[in-house]
Design a protein around this ligand. Structure first.
Ligand SMILES: Cc1cc2nc3c(=O)[nH]c(=O)nc-3n(C[C@H](O)[C@H](O)[C@H](O)COP(=O)(O)O)c2cc1C
Length: 380
């Protein structure tokens, strides 16, 4: 099961576990997989706290940090995060905020108290200014062996900084063209994410996308993402030529995940038909559970969603209020997750998920072994 990439990173199994939850990252890496912390939901100060905690708990195991960094950022010149926050806020049309507030009011979700801290007031997601700080902090940590960027290749100076530090740079893509351009920009590992996946996702299904990308960028290693939830799927991905799998949804229902009880219940009950690609969270198509929030943004008369990162600031109204009132916000909570949610039917320890995937992988390869030789009818 050890691919060349496992040897490069010092891991036992080519299973990459993406999570915004530090406990999942630590447990995944300690179980022989490779945990990757999603940084986008943290301010630089918050990320520092998360990384300190991981470093205290992960022992000598390696891990990665994922940022959301556009290669060309319209706001790249503004390095002062407070000034940028004010500038971006002033660009949001009041109708967009009013619409978000109406969806929440219709669902019966209370307003935050006057003095409550609102996520949209302090966090700027998906801009180079924030992500640069994330990368800088990550590169201070010796156990961080990989930096991934959700949006592919970062700006050239950041790419150089990551590579000069000896870390591997990974970039997500949803098409072979994107993969080629990431490769040309110096990305070391391409993550090919099929449309099934949770979070930002393209239109091409994994079974078609993975081999297209592998062929397009060979010999650059490719990780297969989008819809992986069993060891047999890992076997299929390796069989197609991937050097590992990159998974995200699977860990949301783990014991270590920091979702609310309500979110966990919704995910456990959902089928693989219950997701939708919606621009209502970030402005880019993002797969999440279909609900009253996603439906409202699709309904006739709804305002157009805003581009990254402005829609994020509008959606912060929903994320902050859902965090404060999880039970009353059940119908409008934003729940990014992929179609594999249909198979996520029980709460498991992160460690047990890793071990289950490895076990299932070997069962699948054993099933396949007798089929791996060509025999004519006469020989059988
Ligand atoms: C809740 C959630 C949040 C995500 N956020 C990010 C992110 O911040 N950065 C990123 O590169 N990918 C993000 N993704 C995508 C994952 O990295 C991964 O590519 C995807 O989950 C793989 O497909 P799967 O969900 O079928 O496992 C997210 C996925 C989920 C489910």
């Amino acid at each position: 099961m050890k691919t060349p990439l496992c040897k490069k990173l010092g891991i036992d199994a080519p299973i990459f576990a993406f999570s915004h939850c530090r406990d999942v990252v630590v447990e995944a890496s300690k179980s022989g997989a490779f945990g990757v912390l999603g940084a986008v939901g943290f301010t630089p100060d918050q990320l520092k706290t998360q990384l300190d905690w991981i470093d205290q708990h992960i022992g000598d195991k390696p891990y990665g940090v994922d940022v959301v960094m556009p290669q060309k950022d319209a706001w790249a010149d503004e390095a002062d995060l407070d000034a940028l926050q004010k500038k971006l806020k002033s660009m949001i049309p009041p109708e967009a905020i009013a619409f978000a507030k109406k969806i929440l009011a219709d669902a019966g979700v209370p307003e935050l108290p006057e003095d409550a801290v609102h996520e949209g007031d302090y966090l700027i997601r998906s801009t180079a200014a924030t992500a640069r700080e994330h990368v800088r902090l990550a590169l201070e940590r010796p156990n961080v062996r990989l930096i991934a960027n959700a949006l592919g290749a970062p700006p050239p100076d950041v790419t150089k900084m990551i590579k000069d530090s000896g870390r591997l740079l990974a970039g997500l893509c949803g098409s072979a063209d994107q993969a080629r351009s990431h490769a040309a920009a110096g990305v070391d590992i391409i993550i090919a994410q099929g449309t099934e996946g949770g979070g930002h996702t393209g239109e091409i299904g994994s079974m078609v996308l993975w081999p297209e990308v592998i062929e397009a960028v060979s010999p650059i290693p490719v990780l297969a993402a989008g819809g992986v939830g069993t060891g047999a799927q890992i076997a299929a991905a390796l069989m197609l030529g991937a050097q590992g799998v990159w998974t995200g949804s699977l860990w949301l229902t783990s014991i270590e995940s920091d979702l609310t009880e309500e979110q966990r219940e919704l995910l456990l009950a959902a089928s693989s038909r219950d997701t939708v690609r919606s621009r209502s969270l970030t402005g880019k198509p993002c797969r999440m559970l279909k609900n009253d929030w996603t439906n409202a943004w699709e309904a006739p008369g709804a305002p157009a969603t805003l581009p990254l990162p402005l829609q994020d600031m509008v959606a912060a109204e929903a994320t902050s209020r859902a965090k404060a009132y999880p039970a009353r916000a059940r119908a409008v909570t934003i729940n990014p997750v992929g179609q594999i949610v249909g198979k996520m039917n029980q709460i498991e320890r992160t460690r047990d998920i890793v071990y289950r995937l490895i076990e299932e992988y070997f069962e699948a390869t054993e099933r396949f072994a007798p089929l791996s030789r060509y025999e004519s009818d006469e020989e059988v």
